[in-house]
Design a binder for this molecule. Structure first.
Ligand code: CP
Ligand code: NVA
Length: 311
């Protein structure tokens, strides 16, 4: 990676496999260094990350901030009320101004187009910290977690159960890119959009993908069972109609009994315990949810090190 090249991280499908491998390897080595010595090299001294949030966050906000601190840099939290993105000021002008101050921008938005527009007009790299379309930092941290557990990615089966949402879309792209098998079980009215599936299958002709409405069928040969909330941020008004159909898609002991005993359970969090996942599973021996959450820090530290220091 050439120092100072603008490396946006918007989607897994838009990032070459060689760069994704490099990001995972960098994250792994920075994690090992941090865990063995309690520190990382100051790869981002004097650098500042701007974090724009149109939606709430615990993991994304804190892990990006801590990652910058570990690398010797700083992070600024910018709320929508402060900058009025697209209202007080156009997205293009905000990107131009912020990238004059800050070395990298991360944004969590409703519309994916806002992140694309930020990237278009920013001179600094832009990171997608979740949009209605995708959540690539989450999926890459998840791959890190899966690789740590199984020692590989290729050939593993990930079964996603629940809503065909932003997290599911990034996992689809991740599995396609890393030659993993992807199974998805959703209610008929909440399936993953056909365009995303078609693109993944056309770009990766050997991609082993199948969609069903039967969660037990989806988990049958799963190495990883993954779920997310049934009501994403911005969908709160749909809560009752969603709860009415998602019940059979809960990750519980009965569903785990239909899966291989070694299957690892993942959830990007925040979890609605007793809704999409039971306490018993989330706190059980197959759950990797808190390792997975911690790996947000390590993946993003790797990403920032590559973007800011060209490692
Ligand atoms: N998983 C995740 O992105 O969590 P936050 O919404 O808390 O950032
Ligand atoms: N699908 C969820 C993910 C939260 C991290 C949402 O968009 O709210």
């Amino acid at each position: 990676m050439t120092k100072n090249a603008k490396l946006d991280f918007i989607d897994i499908s838009a990032t070459p496999r060689s760069m994704l491998d490099h990001l995972l390897d960098t994250a792994t080595s920075l994690k090992a260094k941090y865990q063995s010595t309690g520190r990382n090299d100051p790869l981002a001294t004097g650098k500042v990350l701007a974090m724009i949030f149109e939606k709430p966050s615990l993991r994304t906000r804190v892990s990006f901030d801590v990652a910058m601190q570990h690398l010797g840099g700083a992070a600024l939290y910018i709320s929508p009320a402060e900058i009025g993105l697209g209202k007080r000021e156009s997205v293009a002008d905000a990107a131009r101004v912020l990238s004059g101050f800050c070395d990298v921008l991360m944004a969590r938005t409703f519309a994916h187009q806002t992140i694309l527009d930020l990237a278009r007009f920013s001179r600094s790299p832009v990171i997608n910290g979740l949009s209605d379309h995708s959540h690539p930092c989450q999926a890459m941290a998840d791959l890190l977690t899966i690789r740590e557990r199984f020692g590989k990615l290729r050939g593993l089966t990930l079964a996603y159960i629940g809503d065909g949402n932003n997290v599911a879309r990034s996992l689809l792209e991740a599995c396609a890119r890393f030659e993993m098998k992807f199974r998805i079980a959703t209610p008929p009215q909440y399936r993953l959009d056909a365009a995303s599936i078609t693109t993944a299958c056309q770009t990766h002709p050997d991609f082993d993908f199948s969609a069903t409405h039967d969660p037990r069928a989806a988990v049958q040969a799963a190495d990883v069972i993954y779920t997310d909330t049934w009501i994403s941020m911005g969908q709160e008004d749909e809560k009752q109609q969603r709860l009415a159909v998602f019940g059979p898609y809960q990750i519980n002991s009965a569903l785990l009994s239909a899966a291989p005993a070694h299957a690892m359970v993942m959830h990007c969090l925040p979890a609605y315990r007793g809704v999409e996942i039971t306490d018993e599973v989330m706190d059980g021996p197959q759950s990797a949810v808190f390792v997975q959450a911690e790996n947000r820090l390590h993946f993003q530290k790797g990403l920032l090190a590559v973007q800011l220091a060209g490692v």
